[in-house]
Design a protein. Structure first.
Length: 364
């Protein structure tokens, strides 16, 4: 919610999309930059301590963003930077815990469910921003985001599995960025980069066909397809390991190319549904593989690297996608998005030996 709420507040109050994009990019990129370090702190000090501390600072920062004048761009940039730096490493903490909390043999199902439910945030988050912004003004979505983020993170930190880690102190050092994890970080960045470029392509497509209001519905249809795909085959893809990951990446890239055949907005709806089917299975398999290759005492930091790569891909894709749409049109944008995802598949194929070996040697 937070990034979109920033865009809404700045554009509504001062009409500057460039400033809104810059402020949002600072928020996202600062969070991506510090993610692995917060994961390392969580592994050393305990997840609860890091989660609560960062959640409080982040919530205060987002609340300040809701109150200061959006026209004061330098202040908005500074507060966004601090708020982004303190983004709680929620996803990294949760995903690093699944191997311990899950019953033996059901981890593939847990990561499939995790990635499927994650997709719901991309459906309900924008809807809540629109609802609060319409009913209560541009500050309200940021206030709501701060409250939800703080309360959800504190509830997570209170879970017995996290509370029992208090006072773990220093843990043995080991190499976190193993060759296998490097492959996963690279492919995660490329995968999300391609998806982010595609989102901008969809918005541009709707504008070209004089239906800008339908871009949100089309992206929602994309998420619906992703959720259906996750529930249908997510666990089976995870069980297939590296092979399942490659297949879903290729399927995603191929489905992006299908969008080139759409003559108009109505025809794009079923194609968006199809292009979403492999998204969640690919993400679930990525998380499942990461849980197997992460060093035993640095799982949170490892997932922090994955999250940072995805945040970087999201921000870079928004910038690159906007440029491609404006300079070359939506057909080229869709093709580039597909090509980037295919590049992720190629990387997973070329370095499949690292993933296979790591899964065999994993201490888990």
């Amino acid at each position: 919610m937070t990034g979109l709420a920033i865009v809404l507040r700045v554009t509504r109050e001062m009409g500057s999309y460039s400033d809104a994009g810059a402020i949002t990019a600072v928020y996202v990129m600062s969070g991506a930059a510090v993610g692995p370090r917060l994961g390392r702190l969580a592994d050393r000090l305990g997840r609860s301590v890091v989660l609560v501390t960062t959640a409080v600072v982040n919530a205060v920062g987002v609340l300040i963003l809701s109150q200061i004048n959006p026209r004061d761009t330098p202040v908005m940039l500074g507060v966004s930077f601090v708020a982004g730096l303190s983004t709680p490493p929620v996803s990294a903490c949760v995903r690093s815990l699944w191997p311990r909390l899950g019953i033996a043999g059901n981890q593939d199902h847990l990561y499939a469910l995790d990635s499927t439910l994650q997709e719901l945030t991309f459906v309900f988050g924008p809807a809540l921003v629109a609802l609060f912004g319409t009913l209560a003004g541009t500050a309200a979505p940021l206030v709501a985001s701060a409250i939800l983020g703080l309360s959800g993170t504190v509830l997570l930190a209170a879970h017995p599995a996290l509370k029992s880690e208090a006072g773990l102190g220093h843990r043995p050092r080991s190499r976190v960025m193993t060759p296998a994890l490097v492959v996963l970080v690279l492919t995660a960045l490329l995968f999300v980069l391609g998806c982010s470029i595609l989102q901008l392509g969809v918005v541009g497509f709707c504008i070209e066909h004089h239906a800008p209001g339908e871009s949100g519905l089309l992206l929602a249809m994309w998420s619906v397809g992703a959720i259906v795909g996750g529930f249908a085959v997510g666990a089976r893809v995870n069980a297939a390991g590296q092979a399942g990951y490659v297949v879903t990446l290729i399927a995603t890239g191929s489905s992006f190319l299908l969008l080139l055949a759409s003559p108009g907005v109505p025809a794009l709806y079923p194609l968006m549904f199809i292009s979403g089917l492999a998204l969640v299975p690919a993400l679930g398999c990525l998380y499942s593989l990461a849980s197997k290759v992460a060093p035993a005492h640095h799982a949170t930091e490892a997932f922090g690297w994955i999250a940072s790569a995805m945040g970087t891909g999201l921000a870079a894709g928004a910038a690159l996608g906007g440029y491609l749409v404006q300079r070359f049109g939506t057909s080229v944008t869709f093709a580039v998005a597909a090509g980037v995802v295919f590049a992720a598949a190629v990387a997973a194929i070329v370095w499949r030996g690292q993933l296979t070996a790591a899964r065999v040697e994993s201490p888990r």
